[in-house]
Design a protein around this ligand. Structure first.
Ligand SMILES: C[S@@+](CC[C@H](N)C(=O)[O-])C[C@H]1O[C@@H](n2cnc3c(N)ncnc32)[C@H](O)[C@@H]1O
Ligand code: SF4
Length: 457
């Protein structure tokens, strides 16, 4: 099973390689974060978390709550809170005399498509006021929210220019097994509506390695090929393929711990990975990430994976951010989030400093094992040192040497590259890291409102 201990040696490597302690922020730490974190900041990406869904899918690993817990009236309160959080950062930047460029704004969740066009307009207005930036928005969406053509058109008018749609599968049985509430017809309709609305770029997410109840047939390679085939025929710019990861805090965990469900074998996992690679590239999609295939060499829907690439300001309940050597986690509790920003306090529940070597290693991992290659020039520009000088003698440097000997990566004068042989290794490294680091961080911060300390693993 694709759980945090389910990747054998890779699970152990992820746990050993990454150790972190997040502390509850004291006034002094917040002051340092403001001064050091934001000094010299020239550009930021913004990620806004919207933690509400109509209903919760069986294996969802994100910070999300069923709407029934709060009722629809939470939306206006939440948007107001987001506006306040932006004002806090905006006035901080003004106090520091900084004018920062906003590179892009992604809204994820949860299900941001539950919001109406006016809400997105209001968020853009807040960004304009707080960061003096004119932006378009990239949002995650559920097909059932966009099966109505008018909504898609209104979102495009409100400045939404990229949409990542959670199609997951074109097989009704697979949707049922994941606990999805939309049908295949709604997905196809939503894609067409987005296309007709003129929204700039459309990504669709697919899921594979779908768990089944014991006794029911497991997802087959044939079914996965059928999904890839249907996806490639849609008028979309990108297809992203996620194996179904299983966290301890997902609704389906109980079934897993009672031994009531299973997933296709590791051998089939590997075959599914190479099937996606071969099928989608044969249809003209370019492999820009190990799981993302785009029709354009210069566009992909980027969520929060690249937190280590540049400065990422995470806003909203449950968001994580990374600014100039500080990594922080906002509170994962909605009432706490709203109360904090009302009192003009940053809603940070845990924060830690990240040293240069750790930053460099996480950047290199993202580049090589997610984006498939690492340029030595880009590395040097970012960290001011040669790759081999900074990384060479570290444990990570030795790990890379071993992967080179095994033929999983190769070195060229300009940088490192993942080989075809290394694709499945990279998948295992990537997903065991996701389960053991970001998912573990969310899990810990969802347990207690103000933990004094959170240690990972
Ligand atoms: C936050 S959700 C996207 C928006 C929307 N809430 C939805 O589900 O359609 C991001 C994507 O994560 C993927 N996902 C969901 N559960 C997952 C799991 N257990 N393992 C891996 N990926 C998962 C799905 O493909 C989903 O579209
Ligand atoms: S997968 Fe998407 S719709 Fe389902 S619970 Fe998670 S965030 Fe909500």
């Amino acid at each position: 099973m694709l759980t945090r201990n389910g990747f054998g040696v890779w699970s152990l490597v992820s746990k050993r390689a990454f150790k972190a302690i997040f502390n509850s922020p004291s006034l002094e730490v917040i002051e340092n974060f403001k001064k050091k974190g934001f000094s010299d900041l020239k550009e930021i990406a913004i990620y806004i978390h919207f933690p509400f869904c109509h209903s919760i899918c069986l294996f969802c690993p994100y910070v999300r709550y069923p709407l029934t817990k709060f009722g629809n009236e939470i939306f206006s309160k939440y948007i107001e809170a987001l506006n306040s959080e932006m004002e806090i950062y905006g006035s901080m930047l003004r106090e520091l005399g900084l004018k920062v460029k906003v590179a892009d704004v992604h809204i994820g969740g949860g299900t941001p498509s539950l919001l109406e066009a006016e809400n997105f307009q209001s968020l853009r207005e807040s960004i304009r006021q707080s960061f003096d930036a004119e932006v378009s928005l990239a949002i995650e969406a559920n097909p059932d929210d966009l099966a109505d053509q008018e909504k898609a058109f209104k979102l495009a008018d409100a400045g939404v220019n990229e949409v990542s749609l959670g199609v997951q599968s074109f097989n009704p049985e697979a949707l049922r097994k994941l606990g999805r509430v939309h049908g295949v017809t709604q997905s196809v309709q939503a894609i067409q509506n987005l296309k007709d609305s003129g929204i700039g770029h459309i990504n669709i997410d697919l899921m594979y390695m779908i768990p089944s109840k014991i006794g029911q047939p497991l997802q087959s390679l044939k079914e996965w090929e059928e999904d890839l085939s249907q996806a490639s025929e849609q008028p979309v710019d990108e297809i992203t393929c996620y194996p179904t990861l299983i966290t301890n805090y997902s609704l389906g965990w109980k079934l897993v711990s009672r031994g009531e469900i299973s997933q296709p074998s590791k051998k089939v996992f590997k075959q599914m990975v190479y099937m996606a690679e071969d099928y989608l590239t044969s249809k003209g999609f370019i492999p820009l990430e190990i799981y993302g295939y785009s029709k354009h060499s210069d566009w992909k829907y980027v969520t929060v994976n690249y937190e280590m690439e540049g400065s990422l300001l995470g806003l909203g309940c449950g968001a994580a951010g990374f600014v100039n050597g500080y990594e922080y986690q906002n509170t994962c509790f909605v009432p706490d989030y709203i109360e904090c920003v009302r009192e003009k306090k940053l809603p940070i529940a845990g924060i830690r400093e990240v040293d240069k070597l750790e930053h460099a290693i996480r950047f290199a991992v993202c580049e090589l094992f997610v984006c498939r290659s690492l340029s030595f020039d880009v590395f040097k520009r970012k960290f001011g040192l040669e790759f081999h000088e900074l990384i060479g003698k570290s444990g990570f440097g030795r790990f890379l040497k071993m992967l080179k000997l095994l033929g999983k990566i190769k070195e060229k004068p300009e940088g490192l590259e993942l080989t075809r042989e290394g694709l499945f290794t990279a998948q295992q490294i990537c997903w065991s890291f996701v389960l053991n680091v970001p998912c573990r961080i969310s899990e810990e911060f969802m347990k207690e409102v103000c933990p004094s300390k959170v240690a990972i693993p």
